[in-house]
Design a protein around this ligand. Structure first.
Ligand code: HEC
Ligand code: HEC
Length: 220
């Protein structure tokens, strides 16, 4: 009888330990849902299996590849103090970004960030792009291609340069995974098939896309 009780408690301990050990992303997912995040964001991919109506049904960007796109410390901080990323409202070329994204307390932000960082895309190959002051990338970004016409970027002496129709690329160094930038350049449709960025594949060589990705990944 005693042995039976001991076995039972050991089993119980084992189970509570395994639940505890696996707790983080699952708890973050629960918090994601209970905070209403799923009403505006998909956390299941891929994008291409969704119809245009599906795409437009959500008011915010897809997050099923968040773990491949973002850097964890930036994500945790942004969820607590979400400053606008896109100067214009999401999917609009007219309205200003209202800058009213919901804010989370620190504990919820870190659990949700842990959940989001567990969502990755097989289309992002790790370790390809190193951020650097790449002169070739700079030439492509500033002179050869119209990147700056659509994206804000850091100019000299802290000046903010560039256009408004795409997401701001200021602080890309802290925010984005360099390898995701390159995967996005190779095939933006994988991540956002509607109201998307122009495709540069076929216009820029893969080498040029690597240079411009390394250059953008270094933006403060
Ligand atoms: C009413 C709709 C709505 C709700 C609810 C909402 N979001 Fe968002 N979210 C947006 C929009 C719109 C953006 C784009 C903001 C920008 O570009 O500045 C965004 C951006 C984001 C981003 C950055 C994505 C990117 O690719 O730039 C993350 C991460 C995010 N939201 C997480 C969350 C989490 C976590 C919650 C729940 C606490 C949440 N959102 C709730 C609409 C929403
Ligand atoms: C005609 C406008 C336009 C041009 C030109 C353009 N982009 Fe974009 N870009 C966009 C749009 C639109 C998006 C995605 C919008 C969204 O997610 O809300 C985007 C997204 C991006 C992103 C992802 C940012 C994020 O936070 O999700 C990167 C990186 C990027 N562009 C880099 C570039 C580079 C490098 C060039 C030049 C080779 C370039 N873009 C040229 C409009 C443009």
């Amino acid at each position: 009888m005693k042995l039976y009780a001991l076995l039972l408690s050991v089993t119980a301990l084992f189970f509570s330990y395994s639940v505890f050990a696996a707790a983080a992303p699952a708890d973050g997912e629960k918090l994601f849902n209970s905070n209403g995040c799923q009403s505006c964001h998909y956390t299941a991919g891929p994008a291409k299996e969704k119809t245009i109506a599906d795409q437009l049904a959500k008011k915010g960007p897809e997050l099923w590849y968040a773990g491949s796109k973002f850097q964890a410390p930036w994500l945790t901080a942004w969820l607590q103090d979400p400053q606008p990323i896109r100067p214009l409202a999401y999917n609009s070329l007219v309205d200003k970004n209202p800058g009213n994204h919901s804010k989370l307390a620190a504990a919820d932000a870190s659990q949700i960030a842990e959940f989001l960082m567990s969502l990755t895309s097989a289309d992002v190959e790790a370790g390809v792009i190193k951020p650097k002051k790449n002169p070739k990338g700079r030439l492509i970004f500033n002179k050869k291609m119209p990147c700056g016409g659509c994206h804000q970027y850091p100019g000299r002496k802290g000046k903010i340069m560039g256009g408004m129709s795409g997401p701001s690329l200021l602080h890309a160094k802290q925010r984005l995974n360099p390898d995701w930038i390159y995967a996005y350049m190779l095939n933006p449709k994988t991540f956002k098939p509607i109201k998307m960025m122009p495709v540069f594949a076929g216009i820029l060589s893969e080498k040029d896309m690597k240079s411009v990705s390394a250059y953008v990944a270094n933006f403060d």
